[in-house]
Design a protein around this ligand. Structure first.
Ligand SMILES: Nc1ncnc2c1ncn2[C@@H]1O[C@H](COP(=O)(O)OP(=O)(O)OP(=O)(O)O)[C@@H](O)[C@H]1O
Ligand SMILES: [Mg+2]
Length: 465
């Protein structure tokens, strides 16, 4: 790819000469006549080096430098200055400019400084990417999940990471969809490039369209420069389309076409641009249902549903809760060792977690802040979690008939039902009934005693007791 240089100078003649020289040397050169235009250009695409005049009518090169530093971290700025103002050039260097050139420019000096600037940009970016990767790798290893369903997810991630096929991740809010999407990217051979993500439910349709596909200069009012969209930026990498189920109709069509043809058209543009993007989509909706109800295009559904990965809600993998608790305790405890009391842990395991892992994470973070002792107590948990079992059960699933019921008989049949449901596993049956194993054992013995007593009533021949 050509290195991209932005030339900023208020003198048109100077701009043109510079552009000619740079393009002659194989650079991709863009020009701007003042700092405002330069910022617009910088926002619409990423530059490797900005070459700017120091004295300009609207804002000085130094002001432009500090704006660029705020919005485009890592960008390399070279200043051009007339002989008399070397002091300001030195000042600019102090503020982080890479170098300065004095006017009239010498062609060889210019090219040499540019070459060094590009090298620095490359190093800075590489370094940043390495840091990001390290951070993300670390996160990847930190996806907690021992439950069978999560192990299946991990196996799937390993298996499909390196393909370019579209993946769609289903799961309720907070189940870790984005975490898995990142894991896929950082295990793929696209990992050297950044991971791109966009939440399609968060933006109004027209903005989202420009965000995804970009636009040409003048495509609509306010489009005063060209914008490179996410599909183009993420070419060679991964693009995560979060909440894809909420995509509006028109954009569903455009996305479908992009997936089919691997080409995009910028808004207001005519040139078809090839993009090589690995798409990972996610949704907390039931897409099949959305298709049946006509809210989601069936053809797009099939294009997305190539490799589906389903993240189960936390309440369906309760054995993972203590592991996640431990994981978040480590994450938020800092230096001081902290623990969770058995009673509090039990409540955490029993809670239904409508907000899934995200909710659990914030409950732990909050509890660590609130807890006065080193051990988290039930009183440090939010009321909804403390209410635990009783709130989860909701209204009683039984009704009392007018003829009345025999409470002991009801208890007996519920106990037997629970055992039937757990195939005789007493501990699990006890959990279903909200009893400890010992209490259930005790009641079982009582029930057995009663039925044996009943059986001995009128003695049956051959009845061995
Ligand atoms: N298995 C897990 N192990 C460790 N942390 C997890 C796990 N699952 C989720 N998390 C953490 O929970 C939080 C929510 O995860 P994430 O953002 O991936 O969820 P999501 O499914 O994308 O949710 P939403 O649909 O609300 O966007 C994050 O902080 C994430 O790190
Ligand atoms: Mg998410």
């Amino acid at each position: 790819m050509k290195a991209r240089v932005l030339v900023v100078d208020d003198e048109p003649h100077q701009r043109d000469i510079l552009q000619m020289i740079l393009e002659g040397e194989g650079y991709d050169a863009t020009v701007a006549g003042n700092a405002r235009q330069a910022m617009d250009e910088a926002r619409s695409g990423s530059f490797d080096v900005v070459l700017t005049d120091l004295k300009m009518p609207d804002k000085s090169g130094i002001e432009l430098l500090s704006e660029l530093q705020k919005t485009q971290p890592g960008v390399c700025v070279v200043l051009m200055t007339a002989h008399g103002s070397i002091d300001s050039a030195v000042e600019a260097m102090r503020r982080g400019a890479f170098d300065y050139l004095t006017k009239p420019l010498e062609r060889d000096d210019l090219l040499l400084v540019l070459k060094r600037a590009l090298e620095r940009t490359r190093l800075v970016r590489e370094n940043r990417m390495l840091h990001e990767q390290l951070r993300d790798r670390f996160r990847l290893d930190n996806i907690v999940g021992s439950h069978g369903t999560m192990q299946d997810v991990f196996r799937m991630v390993h298996k499909v990471a390196n393909s370019s096929s579209t993946v769609i991740i289903y799961g309720e809010s907070g189940t870790g969809k984005e975490l898995v999407a990142r894991a896929l990217h950082y295990q793929s051979d696209r990992r050297e490039r950044p991971f791109y993500a966009v939440n399609v439910a968060a933006l109004p349709e027209s903005i989202l369209e420009a965000e995804l596909f970009g636009h040409e200069k003048g495509a609509f009012t306010g489009a005063d420069s060209r914008k490179i969209g996410l599909f183009e930026q993420a070419s060679g990498s991964t693009l995560f389309l979060d909440e894809v189920g909420d995509l509006k109709r028109d954009l569903q069509v455009k996305l479908l076409r992009t997936l089919q043809e691997r080409e995009i058209l910028r808004v207001g543009g005519t040139e078809r641009i090839h993009v090589d993007v690995r798409i990972i989509a996610a949704t907390n909706l039931d897409l099949e249902k959305a298709v049946r109800e006509g809210r989601f295009r069936e053809d797009l559904y099939y294009r997305l549903n190539v490799i589906p990965i389903v993240l189960p809600p936390l309440r369906e993998r309760r054995p993972d809760i203590p592991l996640l608790v431990e994981h978040f305790m480590k994450k938020y405890s800092g230096e001081r060792p902290r623990s969770v009391s058995p009673k509090a842990l039990n409540m955490l395991v029993e809670h239904d977690w409508p907000g899934n892992v995200r909710e659990l994470e914030s409950v732990i973070e909050r509890a660590l802040l609130l807890a006065e002792s080193d051990e988290i107590q039930p009183s440090d948990l939010p009321p909804a979690v403390r209410a635990g079992i009783s709130s989860r059960r909701g209204p009683l699933p039984l009704d009392i008939p007018d003829s009345g019921i025999d409470l002991e008989e009801v208890e007996r049949s519920l106990v037997l039902k629970a055992l039937e449901k757990t195939e005789g596993n007493v501990s699990r049956a006890a959990r279903l009934l909200g009893l400890t194993r010992r209490t259930l054992q005790y009641r079982l013995e009582k029930i057995q005693g009663e039925s044996e007593a009943a059986a001995t009533g009128p003695a049956r021949p051959g009845d061995k007791r």
